[in-house]
Design a protein around this ligand. Structure first.
Ligand code: CDP
Ligand code: CDP
Length: 217
């Protein structure tokens, strides 16, 4: 009999990967892992001066990460966004996190969201979804997610700032040599510009069912 499925959810920042992956995992009774948190935690340790990727090996960095580091409430600030993207370009850091991610889904399957789940971490994932939207849509979403209001007088200026930061992170994530963000050849893309989260979930469930059915799960 086949083991439980592994579902990869990749795409650029603020596309709605986390929202989808979490709901999908709940719907399918699979464990969920936000892999961005691993890079955010490493970035946080570096900002705090607790870690120096320039002098510490990937193994040391992985050993330094404790479960509590992933539960910190200060992992979603703009400086951690940048630090995470920076450390994510380091091959030794990425290598150190491969085992953690593979081990997570080894026994009970799982839904993992990130940038390289379908390309590097689980190239044989049972289902690969690529979630995307225009940078403008993603900037509006991140603006609202971080406490922005629809009628703030500086709304446009703040969305422009978020858009610039997302554009820079997209550039770094897609152009780095270590596991760059790209859609796997066998991934199914969902363009979410005109979809609310519930519609993305419904579409994803439809895709997952059809792919798993075809594989006789
Ligand atoms: O939530 P958001 O999409 O803004 O970011 P995230 O998924 O938490 O990821 C933060 C950063 O970690 C990204 O900009 C990537 O540089 C890096 N990352 C990665 O390289 N590979 C992953 N599987 C997940 C995140
Ligand atoms: O994980 P990722 O950075 O890709 O995005 P997220 O944190 O899941 O979603 C970013 C924000 O967009 C959240 O506030 C979601 O509620 C929102 N969202 C949305 O408005 N419409 C969607 N179709 C998906 C997410």
């Amino acid at each position: 009999t086949k083991s439980l499925p592994v579902i990869a959810v990749d795409g650029p920042a603020a596309a709605g990967k986390g929202t989808l992956a979490k709901c999908l995992a709940d719907a399918l009774c699979l464990p969920y892992l936000d892999t961005g948190l691993l890079y955010r935690a490493v970035g946080r340790l570096m900002l705090d001066g607790d870690l120096d990727p320039a002098t510490q090996s990937g193994e040391q960095i992985a050993a330094a990460l404790r479960p509590d580091d992933l539960k910190r409430t200060d992992l979603r600030t703009p400086d951690v966004d940048r630090a995470a993207s920076l450390v994510a370009g380091d091959q030794a850091v990425r290598q150190a996190l491969v085992h953690t991610q593979r081990a997570f889904a080894a026994e009970r399957g799982g839904v993992l969201d990130g940038r390289d789940i379908g390309t590097v971490i689980f190239p044989d994932a049972d289902v690969k979804l690529y979630i995307t939207a225009s940078v403008r849509t993603r900037a509006e979403r991140r603006y609202m997610q971080t406490g922005g209001s629809v009628d703030a007088p500086d709304r446009e200026a703040r969305i422009s700032e978020v858009e610039a930061a997302l554009t820079e992170r997209d550039r770094a994530d897609t152009s780095r040599s270590a596991a760059p963000l790209r859609m796997a050849a066998d991934a199914v893309k969902i363009e979410t510009d005109t979809l609310i989260a519930e519609q993305v979930l419904a579409e994803a469930i439809r895709i997952v069912k059809s792919v798993l059915d075809a594989k006789a799960f």
